[in-house]
Design a protein around this ligand. Sequence first.
Ligand code: SAH
Length: 447
Amino acid sequence: MVSLHFRRSLFAAAFGLAGRRRLPCYHAPAAAHMSSGAGGQTETEKPTAMLRHLLLKLRATGPVTVAEYMREALTNPGQGYYTRGGGIGESGDFVTSPEISQIFGELIGIWYISEWIATGKPKAFQLVELGPGRGTLTDDILRVFNQLASLLSKCDVSIHLVEVSPKLSKTQALILTGGKVQSNPEDNSAYMKGVSKTGIPIFWYRDIQDVPPGYSFYLAHEFFDALPIHKFQRTEKGWREVLVDADPEVPDQLRFVLSPSSTPATENFIQPEERRDHVEVCPEAGVIIQRLACRIENDGGAALVADYGHNGTKMDTFRGFRNHKPHDVLKAPGTADLTADVDFSYLRKMIQGRTATLGPIKQREFLKNMGIDLRLQVLLQNSHDTQTREQLLHSYDMLMNPEKMGDCFNFFALLPHHRLLHPDKKHKPESKAPVSPVAGFDELLLK
Ligand code: SAH
C-alpha cells in the first residue's frame, strides 16, 4: 500500500540530490487562455498558403465543419500549425506548465512511480505521452526515473511518444536523445526510435493504435484541447451545426455560418436533455480516451489527463492564440494555436465504465497533494541568488495561483477498477479497510 509516509520518502529519494534542469522561465500568463477575440492578422497581412487552400476548397465544395477547419489549421501535413512546429514557449504563441517549471514534470514522474509501486511493481512499464510538444515534460519525468534508478533497476522502462508533427518530433528527439535517432526502424511500428540520455529506449508514433500493448502509463498534457471540435447552436428550428465558409462580401476572409438543416453530427452528438444553447463536442477525444480505457482495462496501468476544461457546462470556448495574445480563430489559419476546453464529462461518458476515473480536480489541488510546497522549499534552500529565488516563486505562482493556471487546469485519471479496491475486499467484500490512496487525488470521492 502506498501510504502518505511512503510517498514522502519516495519524494525525498527523488529530490534529495536532483539537480536543477534549468532556471524556470518567466512567461506571460498566456496559457490561462480566457477568451477569443479579434487580433492576429493585420489589414496588410497577405493570405497564408493555408487560407488560400481553404478558400479554394470552400468555394468548390461549400462550407466545412469547425472540426474539419481545426484539423486543417493545426495538423494539415504541409501547412498545419503543429506540422510547422507549433509555437510552444516564451518565444512562441502559448506557454504550458512543463515549460514554466521543472517541478511540474517532476511531480508527475513521482505520480507514475507511486502508481507503479501501488500495483506491485510490475516488471515492465511503458510511459506513453500523447502530444509531447517540445519533449520537456518527458525529459523532467525521465530525470526523476533516473534519480530513482535503484528502485527501478529491475524494471524494463520504455518511452512511447505519439506525435503527428515531424518538426516537433525532431525537437523532442534533440532534447531527449541529443538527436541520435533512427527513422523508420524495421523492427517496430514506430516511425522513429532512439535512446534517452539515461539509456531508456524511446519510440515515436503517429497514432495511439501503433503503440504496442502492455502495462502502460499514459500522459496527455494539453493534448485533448488541440483535437478538433464540432460546434452546435440551438435555433428556433432546432439544433444546427456551426460551419466555416468563405465570406462572399470580403475577399480572403472566412466566416461562421449555420447549417441550413440538421446534420448527422447534430443527430448524434446532442443529447435530448441538453439545456445549453451552444455545445462543443470533440469526437476524436472520445475515441482516444476509449482506446486508453480499453488498453488499461486489458493490460493495466493508468492515465493522467491534464488540461483546461469543464464538466459539460461551458458553451463557446473555441479560441486562438498567437504571440501570447488572443487571436481571431478564422484569421490566418495555420499561424496560430487553436484550442477548446476539454469536456471531462464527455470523456467520462466515453470511457463507459471500462476503468475507474478520478477528478477532474484543479491543478493547484493536485500539485499541492503531490507535495509542490515541499519541492519548492528544497529548491529555494538550494538556490543562493535572488534572481533564481524570484524565478522559482514566480513559476510557482503561475502554476498555483487560482487566477493564473491553478484553477483553470484540471487533472483527471483513469485507473483499473481493481486499483481502487483494497486487496482484502476482493476476497472479503465486507471489509471496511480503506483503498490505498492515489497520489494527488487523495481527498477525492471516487466516481
Ligand atoms: N504536452 C505538451 C504540448 C502541448 S501542444 C506541453 O504541455 O507542453 C499539443 C501537442 O499535441 C503538440 O505536440 C502537437 O503536435 C500534438 N498533437 C496535436 N494533435 C495531435 C494528434 N492528432 N495526434 C498526435 N499529436 C497531436
